[in-house]
Ligand binder design. Structure first.
Ligand code: FES
Length: 125
């Protein structure tokens, strides 16, 4: 039912945790199931220098969160904003149809963290 990549990222998630002096923090909940995700980012010279996540959710949500941190690491914030729910699911060789909504958390969480970073930057902090 799950691809090998999903199982790998679920059993051995990358970049789990928090960044103490994060430049942006995104917190999102999945309205479909109530699962939650927090993502912390560090931005250096317009690029994502570090990303950490904590996901309180199902295996597919953990796998997509882990995968998105790997995909986005080193990208410019503009590139990272272009990562979609579908591109994360594709990078994992697909998700079962009933689990597709789980990839929303990762993409929404990353985008929320970047928006938080951008709004802080605008405010001059
Ligand atoms: Fe909630 Fe997958 S069931 S994110």
């Amino acid at each position: 039912m799950y691809s090998e990549k999903v199982m790998d990222h679920f059993s051995n998630p990358r970049n789990v945790g928090e960044i103490e002096d994060a430049d942006g923090v995104g917190e999102v909940g999945n309205p479909v199931c109530g699962d939650m995700m927090t993502i912390h980012i560090k931005v250096d010279d317009g690029k994502l220098a570090d990303i950490k996540f904590k996901t309180f959710g199902c295996g597919a949500a953990i796998a997509t969160s882990s995968m998105i941190t790997e995909m986005a690491m080193g990208m410019t914030i503009e590139e990272a904003l272009e990562i979609t729910r579908d591109s994360v699911a594709d990078a994992l060789d697909g998700l079962p149809p009933v689990k597709l909504h789980c990839s929303n958390l990762a993409a929404d969480g990353l985008h929320a963290a970047i928006e938080d970073y951008l709004s802080k930057k605008e405010a001059g902090n």
